[in-house]
Design a protein around this ligand. Structure first.
Ligand SMILES: [Zn+2]
Length: 277
């Protein structure tokens, strides 16, 4: 048994059970048995594309589109966030079904918190584990976003990590107008519920992140990527500071300095954010 320093990042925001563990929130010291050699399952297909080294218990032929999307995801993170491409390989382990996935986790990662999909970062390459389910593609985009970010950033605040993963978990052509969060967020704003970024920044534990917090984190990412140019520039600068180890401060304060009347600009953004507007 190998004593590993295990970082687990999972998406369960769509699941009734459990939260999403992220590198910023939880660094778990677990005894794990998923040694590299133990991960040698009977994989029937394997591909290398972009930074991803993928092994699957099923033929990847029908999943070419998804693999291409994951390759594009890497390019999109570079383009949108001005971060460098992943500096080391990211391993994907894809299981034919829940039963096989469960069996693997029970055997090799018995102490990892159970989730539908997992991103694990120890001292070696980041690893993503997922099985074919209705949410398979969403899970992979979400977890791979975490993996790509953490391969080039030493730390990512919990709320931002999840906000970005929620943003990039839908297909590229749905990110701006068709994320399921958008409708609910608009209702929140109509009802006078404003997602305070300062509150999100205080969340340091996965247990503090519920469905609303995922949605609000997504909303701030959406605002920064599709709202005023200055907001996006501030996000890019913030990530650059994280990457080079400069004290980044709080993004909420940076945005307030850069964009006076931040609250009303945020509300206005979601009022006017419409296809073809
Ligand atoms: Zn996540």
């Amino acid at each position: 048994m190998e004593q590993g320093r295990l970082m687990v990042c999972t998406d369960t925001s769509r699941k009734p059970t459990g939260g999403c563990l992220t590198i910023a929130a939880v660094t778990l010291c677990l005894a794990v048995t998923a040694r590299r050699e133990a991960v040698a399952q009977e994989w029937v297909d394997g591909r290398v594309f972009g930074p991803f080294v993928c092994r699957a218990e099923f033929s990847l032929g029908p999943w070419q589109g998804l693999l291409a999307e994951l390759g594009q995801l890497q390019r999109d993170l570079v383009d949108y966030l001005d971060v460098p491409p992943a500096s080391q390989p990211i391993e994907l382990y894809l299981f034919r079904d829940k039963r096989s996935y469960d069996r693997f986790l029970k055997r090799y990662l018995p102490k990892a918190p159970y989730r539908r999909a997992l991103y694990i970062k120890r001292q070696g390459p980041g690893q993503v584990f997922a099985y074919r389910s209705r949410e398979f593609q969403t899970d992979l985009r979400h977890e791979c976003t975490h993996a790509l970010l953490h391969s080039v950033l030493p730390v990512v605040p919990l709320w931002l990590d999840e906000g970005l993963a929620e943003y990039f978990e839908v297909p590229g052509n749905q990110r701006e107008f068709d994320n399921p969060h958008l409708r609910t967020l608009r209702w929140n704003l109509r009802l006078g519920i404003f997602p305070k970024l300062e509150s999100l920044e205080k969340k340091s534990k996965v247990s503090e992140m519920g469905r609303s917090e995922y949605r609000y984190s997504w909303a701030w990412v959406h605002f920064m990527l599709h709202g005023r140019r200055e907001a996006r520039a501030e996000l890019v600068g913030y990530l650059a500071d994280l990457r080079c180890g400069a004290p980044p401060g709080l993004l909420s304060q940076r945005l307030c300095r850069r964009l006076p009347k931040l609250r009303s600009r945020f509300i206005e953004h979601f009022k006017t954010c419409k296809r073809g507007a």
